[in-house]
Design a binder for this molecule. Structure first.
Ligand code: BEZ
Ligand code: FE
Length: 285
């Protein structure tokens, strides 16, 4: 007689034929956990059909990668990040890439603005790119993207220029970079698809803690995909994708309007913020 246990044994036996050892290891574990999960919750036909419908719909959303969002909101992306991180002492910690990164950011000069439209309170972000031994890295790339006061990334908002609030900056001969972005705001992940319905069904909010994104790359070093979070965000403890790490929480220093030493691009009547932050990379050996 077939039982859950004998069925699992049959599937695992067939997987022994996998020619590639890592494939065999991963699939064996995946199938074992899937069977144990279904048996533990006594999954019904109807629930299984609903789950297949959910996954099918998740793969069909053409305008964004809903599967990344699903992985992010289940904490799986952060788990993979934690398992694979180059967590050397003193190095900048990594966090999720998210679904809104677009390659080929516009190259911009240090000190210039990423805002091609008025997009929120100006925030001047500056710092250095360093190795873990403290050496400054010249020619490192700091690839930044963020959303603005309307809570939309340029890739989500077709009325915005595609380069808005994106930029690729190169460190100078002291390893320094700087740009004028905007102070980030809390924002919800997209909830108009299957992941939004799942969040609602499980009583979860859809909010991300306010942040800027950066990928920092330099020859001879491991690239780092990270965020800088605003320490005044309401969602630092409940970020919907579990992406907050304490070392990435930063203070945006406020500056009153009208001071003569404000960075270029900030009007005399504007309140603005500044953030000084060094990115620290691990040498690739
Ligand atoms: C983001 O920060 O852009 C993001 C990350 C994960 C899911 C949705 C959005
Ligand atoms: Fe984001």
């Amino acid at each position: 007689m077939t039982t859950p246990g004998t069925l699992l044994s049959q599937v695992l036996a067939q997987l022994q034929a996998s020619p590639e050892p890592r494939m065999r290891e991963v699939m064996t574990s995946l199938v074992r956990h899937l069977h144990e999960f279904a048996a533990e919750v006594r999954l019904t036909d109807r629930e299984w059909a609903a789950a297949v419908g959910f996954l099918t719909e998740t793969g069909r959303l053409p305008e964004r990668d809903e599967f990344i969002l699903l992985s992010d909101t289940l904490g799986l992306s952060m788990l993979v990040d934690l398992l694979g991180g180059h967590a050397a002492e003193g190095a900048t910690e990594t966090t999720v890439l998210g679904p809104f990164y677009v390659p080929d950011s516009p190259r911009r000069g240090n000190g210039t603005s990423t805002a091609e439209r008025p997009s929120g309170d100006p925030a001047f972000v500056s710092g250095r790119v360093l190795g873990t031994d403290g050496t400054s890295i010249t020619g490192a790339e700091v690839d930044v993207w963020q959303n603005g006061a309307d809570m939309m990334y340029a890739v989500q908002d077709k009325t915005m220029p595609p380069g808005n609030l994106r930029g690729l900056f190169t460190t100078d001969d002291e390893g320094r970079f700087s740009f004028l972005g905007v102070r980030p705001v809390d924002y919800p992940v997209p909830v108009d698809g299957p992941v939004g319905r799942l969040l609602e069904a499980t009583g979860r909010h859809p909010w991300r803690a306010a942040h800027l994104h950066a990928i920092v790359r330099a020859d001879g070093y491991h690239p780092v995909t990270t965020h800088l979070f605003d320490d005044e965000s309401r969602y630092l403890d409940s970020d919907v994708v579990f992406g907050v790490k304490p070392s990435l929480i930063k203070h945006f220093t406020p500056h009153e309007p009208g001071q003569p030493d404000r960075p270029a691009g900030i009007g005399p009547a504007e309140r603005w913020y500044s953030l000084d932050h060094d990115f620290v990379l691990v040498r690739a050996t």
